[in-house]
Design a protein around this ligand. Structure first.
Ligand code: SAM
Length: 295
């Protein structure tokens, strides 16, 4: 199908897919979407992404049988607004994730951070870990496998992993815990053997129940007030704040600081930075790794 994009002097991007499907996406339309994204999700949409967003919105509008952006805006304000905003979120963000992403974080957890926490849990103390913005779950599963590999008895202690994301679709996928072999290959071979079922003819393997039972998955928007107080001993929030504007990022670091135990460990994404007053409440312990002060 012919798919041609041109940008006019007014900043209007015109897409011509075929005469029948042609629709326009103006600067003002982009601003409307950017406003919704900021209000509901804390997202910061850069103008440089306008063509990309238009293309993705075009796919969503096609699914809905719409050819006019104003119809789509009406849907975003009507009775289906809440559901459509969830769809919009998937259009605007990426859920890219993988097992043992940023290996140095998992090395630090295995070698220095988890051993004292496991000792405390073995002595009856409460230990909580949070994968915030967990997407389909590989981050939380990697954490649980690392813990079980260090200490199989950990699943009987008061040690729990919370894994949350704003997108209900990825949370449902995480709960099912089935992944194609290509994704499972991110798990070190010896851990795969222990904690993943054999890949069947469908090419899909499942994370075993002992790993899954350590994690509670739930839908949670990080820009809303949190429904819990912690304290968390470990928080991983990686490659999430990158989508937020600076004010929202600053509030997020404050939020984490408030729910983390003194001495708790925070991991962020490779292109993210702590900002604002909360920054002084953390000591840097390594690249994109921080420890809440007050041990
Ligand atoms: C690129 S993925 C990162 C997944 C994982 N943390 C990792 O590093 O592999 C970003 C995730 O952040 C989630 N997200 C975006 N905005 C959010 C918000 N306001 N609250 C909670 N999660 C959000 C997205 O739905 C997406 O699943």
């Amino acid at each position: 199908m012919l798919n041609r994009e041109t940008q006019t002097q007014r900043g209007e991007v015109l897409t011509e897919m075929s005469g029948r499907d042609a629709w326009t996406f103006s600067q003002a339309d982009f601003e409307s979407i950017a406003q919704i994204a900021k209000t509901y999700f804390g997202l910061n949409l850069s103008r440089s992404k306008m063509a990309l967003i238009q293309s993705r919105l075009g796919q969503r509008m096609k699914q809905l049988g719409m050819s006019s952006f104003s119809d789509y805006l009406v849907r975003l304000q009507g009775p289906l607004a809440k559901d459509e905003r969830t769809e919009l979120l998937s259009v605007l963000t990426t859920n890219v994730t993988h097992f043992f992403r940023e290996q140095h974080h998992f090395d630090a957890l295995r070698n220095t951070i988890l051993p004292p926490l496991l000792k405390a849990a073995a002595e009856g103390q409460r230990v909580r870990l949070w994968s915030a913005g967990c997407s389909t779950g590989p981050e939380a599963f990697s954490l649980a496998m690392t813990i079980l590999d260090l200490c199989p008895a950990a699943k009987t202690w008061d040690l729990k992993i919370l894994a949350t994301d704003i997108d209900p679709i990825v949370i449902e996928t995480a709960k099912v815990a089935q992944f194609p072999q290509a994704e499972l290959d991110g798990i070190p071979r010896e851990l795969q053997t222990k904690y993943v079922t054999e890949t069947g003819p469908s090419g899909v393997g499942e994370i075993k129940g002992n790993v899954r039972s350590m994690i509670t998955f739930g839908v949670l928007n990080l820009i809303d007030p949190l429904p819990f107080h912690g304290p968390f001993d470990v928080v991983l929030c990686r490659n999430v704040a990158i989508y937020f504007d600076r004010d929202t990022q600053t509030k997020l670091w404050r939020t984490f600081s408030d729910v983390m135990a003194p001495g708790g460990h925070l991991f962020i994404g490779h292109s993210e930075h702590l900002t604002g007053a909360a920054k002084s409440e953390f000591s840097k312990t390594g690249f994109t790794m921080y420890q809440r002060k007050g041990v």
